[in-house]
Design a protein around this ligand. Sequence first.
Ligand code: ACO
Length: 448
Amino acid sequence: AKNVGILAMEIYFPPTCVQQEALEAYDGASKGKYTIGLGQDCMAFCTEVEDVISMSLSAVTSLLEKYKIDPKQIGRLEVGSETVIDKSKSIKTFLMQIFEKCGNTDIEGVDSTNACYGGTAALFNCVNWVESSSWDGRYGLVVSTDSAVYAEGPARPTGGAAAIAMLIGPDAPIAFESKLRGSHMSHAYDFYKPNLASEYPVVDGKLSQTCYLMALDSCYKYFCHKYEKLEGKQFSLSDADYFVFHSPYNKLVQKSFARLLFNDFLRNASSVDDIAKEKLGPFSTLTGDESYQSRDLEKASQQVSKPLYDAKVQPTTLIPKQVGNMYTASLYAAFASLIHNKHSELAGKRVILFSYGSGLTATMFSLRLHKGQHPFSLSNIATVMNVAGKLKSRHEFPPEKFVETMKLMEHRYGAKDFVTSKDCSLLSPGTYYLTEVDSMYRRFYAKK
Ligand code: ACO
């Protein structure tokens, strides 16, 4: 199989959201901390009728319908998620309801979990399957689904929720350059979920930022090394058209791209002009550790990289800024933003993606885009995802109601024997919602 990659995409996020400006005021944070400081506009969250299973049921059903894919044509289904609903039963098995109905139970794959990286692991599994000798000619399907919620405190505004479904196969408009990959994996306690009775993570915010940037440096180094071995010339930021980052909040994305430019500067790469060299010169002697702590370097590199950021990163930031951190779905929601904004001018472009999951696991990889053929074309993917329409039809909740919802969800997490309000008035037609969890913890869903 050639040009294996993403044929089709669909995104779902809850219609319920809270404005960061309102949350900032409600939390008593200084004005601008969440909007300018973190770079976030709005945050989506699940109410008691939605969860990672209902969101992924909605995304998968919609993808199959809108691209007219017969469920029998799916041969592998992989889910990436870090939202634990059951310690044994995979989210994938819930999604099998869609396929069983059509007589297809011959579907490989289960769930992958490591913080925000699970979606990437699932995606690689599906791509590898299509490229392998065990491929049976059918499509792979990848689902990234998460509800990101934090305890009250500084991390709370970095929540979010979404599910993304991606159809995998050959001759894709979004093709993997499979040889171009660099990974960095190590042991860290930056963000983890040791308390199985709570949905909230334990998080060391500052450490998680440093781990993220260290992993980025390391992945970029390996990525460049592989490119140079393959192509016989140095890689620089000029060799890719867009850079897409896992996006816990937008400020970290700005810092990440600046960090890549600083890497190019240290490597004496062609993307760095004389003005940039002069501005970054004073930092060339910092040790690695010092460079992660230096506020002056952060400021200088962000300033120097601003024009390139506007061209190569800004078009990828819409959904993460509007929806928040979607954990495993964040990177792919950033990529979906690029397709939404630029679908008509992406043919032939190279896009570099950086996936990060705390704990920690990270990979930088490369995609080559093609116009594609209907229904698997970039323009049709943009039409199906209808990002602008979905963002526009959302319902803003005041912070009080958001906090009230979080309290109810804390109570509901891991609980049994309850029925929900079944209030689906805010959901669009075709959306799945949770109706009941019975005395055996069995979950029931309905479709609006
Ligand atoms: N106006 C403008 N900017 C402001 C204001 C203001 N009034 N107040 C603060 N800021 C800026 C700060 O200067 C800082 O920006 P800088 O880093 O460029 O200096 C930014 O706002 C954030 O302020 P901090 O004081 O650093 O924020 P705090 O430490 O309270 O929380 C954090 C931020 C650590 C990111 C927290 O939200 C968190 O723990 N989030 C979850 C962890 C996370 O997402 N980590 C990322 C990788 S791991 C993952 O994906 C889960």
